[in-house]
Design a protein around this ligand. Structure first.
Ligand SMILES: [Zn+2]
Ligand SMILES: [Zn+2]
Length: 424
């Protein structure tokens, strides 16, 4: 057993809308009140209770259903005298008096009595004597609108849906990511048809209102149940809730209003963009199916690795190898940066693992801040083989250096480093 989810119900008894009532049994069955997504107005057990509470008007007056106007009047007078609050001081007499009056008011009016006979208490509150079911121009329309409208017309009045967002990935070289680039990306997207401008009709024509729903996009129905009257509103099947019918479809888009287009879009990648960043090109997604704004295009960035450089935020890292002589004596060396080679004065006594900072040779700041630095890490490369001459020279050096070894503390702290530097 499935319960309809498409309808909104308006209970004429409680004058509330709910979508919690099973459409098939219209709330008559037990445990059918299923709250569907969206929890609109909540009343659920609805009519059952208020119906049960309310006594039948004929019973209130103690007359039969076929009683004449004269019978009614007589019964009313008798009861009114009996329960009038001026004479009857018992608890509840005032309530009773009101009920009697209400019952008489309805039953003494032939039109309202006829409506009550047909629809019970549900007929009450429909206005006096108006045809409660000709929604077209009846006083009911307003009532319907004011209650139903709140839940339902929001759909109609809401801004048309935005087009779908699209996502593409663009591959950048390491340098392009650092310095920015203009990249062409290819994509296919749904665009508003140029011939009909999205109206879906042959050029120059506007689609007529749907005859089934009169352009509202929904169909309302009244159902009579043992619990009273329910009004249902379902999306119009003829126009699928759109309110218009495409009688003469645009030949170009075949009445769809949108066409698939292959496009090449130029994406401006700002300098300093990082891996996994996403750029948003607003309005470059798909066209809206209902004339609303287009979706966005999201461009995901993928950056290729560089053979020498690595990147950490705004810092560029480079590892270079020097020989022992350069480490000991210092040297003027050429270091590659993203801006080209620079001359760097390597100080004498450079240690393996020592790091130097080249200011402003890193990644530009995307938000206009200062450019990052390039960090150069030195590796002293010990030759694995020596020529005869080299060997002879190193042996001479070795003789002067002696053969003392000294333990090096692991994890040397700041003071040790200072002591080392000072040679103490
Ligand atoms: Zn078209
Ligand atoms: Zn329709």
């Amino acid at each position: 057993m499935t319960h309809s989810q498409a309808s909104v119900y308006f209970n004429l008894e409680t004058r509330r809308t709910t979508d919690a009532i099973c459409r098939r049994c219209v709330g008559a069955g037990a445990a059918v009140a299923r709250f569907l997504a969206g929890d609109r107005r909540a009343p659920t057990r609805m009519a059952r209770e208020s119906m049960a509470d309310k006594q039948d008007y004929y019973e209130v007056l103690g007359v039969g259903r076929t009683s004449t106007a004269e019978d009614l009047k007589r019964a009313y007078r008798k009861l009114a005298r009996e329960y009038h609050p001026d004479v009857n001081r018992n608890d509840g007499s005032e309530e009773r008096f009101k009920e009697i009056n209400e019952a008489y008011e309805v039953l003494s009016d032939p039109d309202r009595r006829a409506a009550y006979d047909r629809f019970g208490h549900a007929a009450n509150g429909m206005g006096n004597g108006g045809d409660p079911f000709g929604f077209g121009g009846s006083p009911f329309g307003d009532l319907f609108e004011s209650f139903f409208g709140a839940a339902n017309s929001s759909r109609r009045r809401a801004a048309p849906a935005r087009g779908q967002d699209l996502q593409v990935t663009v591959d950048l070289s390491f340098e392009e990511a650092v310095f920015g680039a203009e990249k062409a990306v290819e994509l296919t997207r749904l665009e508003t048809c140029e011939d009909c401008h999205g109206t879906r009709m042959r050029e120059g024509q506007t689609p007529p209102r749907c005859p089934t729903c009169g352009g509202t996009g929904e169909v309302r129905r009244v159902q009579q149940t043992i619990l009273g009257q329910f009004m249902t509103s379902t999306p119009c099947a003829t126009c699928r809730g759109e309110g218009v019918t495409i009688t003469d479809p645009c030949p170009r888009c075949r009445g769809r209003g949108r066409i698939t287009q292959a496009r090449t879009i130029t994406v401006t990648v700002p300098p300093g963009i990082d891996e996994n960043a996403t750029l948003r090109l607003s309005g470059q997604g798909e066209a809206s199916p209902q004339g609303g704004p287009a979706g966005n295009l999201y461009v995901k960035v993928r950056i290729k690795t560089h053979p020498h450089f690595t990147r950490q935020g705004k810092s560029i890292h480079l590892q270079i190898g020097i020989n022992v002589a350069q480490a000991m004596l210092g040297d003027e060396i050429e270091i590659d940066t993203l801006d080209g080679p620079v001359v760097f004065k390597l100080p004498p006594g450079t240690q393996s693992g020592q790091q130097f900072r080249l200011r402003n040779k890193g990644v530009p700041d995307m938000r206009g801040g200062e450019r990052g630095d390039q960090l150069v890490t030195i590796h002293v490369v010990i030759p694995k083989t020596l020529t005869g001459e080299q060997r002879m020279l190193v042996e001479q050096l070795a003789a002067t250096l002696g053969s003392d070894v000294s333990p090096q503390p692991t994890n040397r702290g700041f003071f040790e480093k200072v002591k080392d530097a000072l040679g103490v």
